[in-house]
Ligand binder design. Structure first.
Ligand code: PLP
Length: 463
């Protein structure tokens, strides 16, 4: 793309005047000026100044197949030319939604064969709340309604999604959570594991669920929801002991297990769904993001047979969205899934690019600024610390300042990473090549060096 095609200053001014950004200090951004992204190709994006940046976050965890895949655009064009919109409410359906539901069911674990479509991950999780409550009513247990979720989990930004999430600032600003949702500890060994081994801590974190059920009463707890690996919370990979114990507790206590697959689904961990990586069998799986690689907004909830059978006894389920099963979005999702299958992207993450990136990423853990490097599939984090021991030291600045500094330096170095607290996180498109991974690592290492030097200058690292 040619430089100087865009008047960046003018775009920034217009953006500041009228565009209210999500999760943004709008006044602060207006003063600084937004970065204007004008194109994308594979793992690369380009801004209005002509900078070519490696998109280490796959957009926002979603662009599995890389940017600008014309075959998805063609599929959407063809569908829109035939039937751009029709609803799926009043006993109607259409070929793309039928085909997509069948496709997703075929990719999902064998015990899950039905899909409810939504427009986003947040809507998927609101659907989960509606579904779980209805399920227990139909089971004749109307008191069994409270959902247990986790601190620092992320399940979206609607009232329901933000309530299930465990993000303090979202709760504080929104008078959340709504009633009927409890939060327990997260399996964040690096920061909260203390002297326990990861295995011991994984069990301890899982047993917080059992304790909450005991304290509250099994007859009142409806479900447990969690991301297989927390994404927005900072790519928090639970110890191996965690998920099997959670699954045992949910089974024994007769509560539904909901795996929020919005990030981990569709190949991110080298399996079609993150719960398969951890060997668990959820009752519900909210999905979105990688379902369409973000080409058009679409999400859904995949429903286990035993839940669907109960829901089928209840007559009408009074829930749905105008855009549930939107034809063009379904066409985008189908074209996206066809690419993932044809290019073997899931297998490739598991056996090829995943291990290739992991080896180099984990080696960044030797850098003096890094307290822990972790990664599963193509999803990783670097914990930034002022000194390596004892573990999880904090900088003498407000939490998040160092993460933001490192993030800004990374983008200057031509690599999009995201700062979460004082860590950097990564989640590149699944199509990334070995050469691009080599380049990514060079830029990440340079970012660590420059951040380290800057922190020394500021007196925040004295070692
Ligand atoms: C992004 C995300 C959501 C919310 O999805 P939206 O499409 O932004 O509404 C829900 N759950 C998880 C795990 C997510 O990462």
């Amino acid at each position: 793309m040619l430089n100087n095609l865009y008047d960046t200053r003018a775009l920034q001014a217009r953006d500041a005047a009228h565009h209210w950004h999500p999760f943004t200090d709008s006044a602060g951004l207006a003063a600084e000026g937004t970065r204007v992204i004008v194109g994308g190709d594979g793992v690369w994006i380009e801004d209005s100044e002509g900078n070519r940046i490696l998109d280490g976050m796959a957009g926002l965890w979603c662009v599995q197949v890389g940017h600008s895949r014309v075959e998805i655009a063609d599929a959407v064009h063809a569908q829109m030319s035939r039937l751009a919109y029709y609803n799926t409410f009043f006993k109607t359906s259409h070929p793309p939604v039928i085909e997509l539901a069948e496709k997703v069911a075929s990719l999902a674990p064998a015990h899950m064969n039905r899909v409810f479509f939504t427009g986003s991950g947040s809507e998927s999780n609101d659907t989960v709340i509606r579904l779980v409550r209805r399920y227990w009513d139909l089971q004749g247990k109307p008191k069994k309604k409270t959902i247990i979720a986790r601190h620092n989990g992320y399940h979206g930004s609607t009232i329901g999604g933000a309530s299930l999430g465990g993000m303090g600032p979202m709760h504080a600003e929104g008078d959340l959570p709504i009633p009927g949702i409890l939060h327990i500890a997260q399996p964040y060994w690096f920061a909260e594991g203390g002297d326990l081994s990861p295995a011991e801590f994984g069990l301890k974190a899982a047993r917080a669920l059992e304790a909450a059920i005991d304290a509250f009463g099994e007859d009142r707890i409806a479900a447990f929801i969690a991301e297989p690996i927390q994404g927005a919370g900072g790519v928090i990979i639970p110890p191996d002991t965690y998920w099997p114990e959670i699954a045992r507790i949910c089974r024994e206590r007769d509560i539904l297990l909901v795996a929020d697959e919005v990030i981990c689904g569709f190949g991110r961990l080298g399996t079609w769904f993150g719960s398969q990586h951890f060997g668990i069998e959820p009752d519900l799986m909210p999905i979105a993001k990688g379902l369409s690689s973000g080409y058009l907004p679409i999400g859904g909830v995949i429903i286990a047979d035993r839940v669907a059978q109960v829901m089928d006894t209840g007559g009408e389920f009074h829930h749905g969205y105008t855009y549930s099963g939107h034809p063009a979005a379904c066409a985008a999702a189908l074209a996206n899934l066809a690419i993932i299958e044809r290019e073997n992207l899931v297998e490739r993450v598991r056996t090829d690019v995943g291990p290739y990136l992991q080896k180099k990423w984990l080696a960044l853990g030797d850098h003096p600024l890094v307290g822990e490097a972790r990664m599963v599939g193509l999803m990783g984090a670097l914990e930034l610390v002022p000194q390596k021991t004892p573990r999880a030291q904090r900088f003498a600045t407000p939490q998040g300042d160092v993460g933001t500094l490192a993030r800004d330096i990374s983008i200057r170095n031509g690599l999009i990473m995201r700062g979460v607290r004082d860590s950097l996180i990564l989640s590149p498109p699944l199509v990334i090549t070995h050469e691009e991974i080599d380049e990514l690592i060079v830029r990440a290492a340079r970012t660590l060096d420059e951040t380290y030097a800057e922190l020394k200058t500021r007196g925040l690292i004295t070692g």
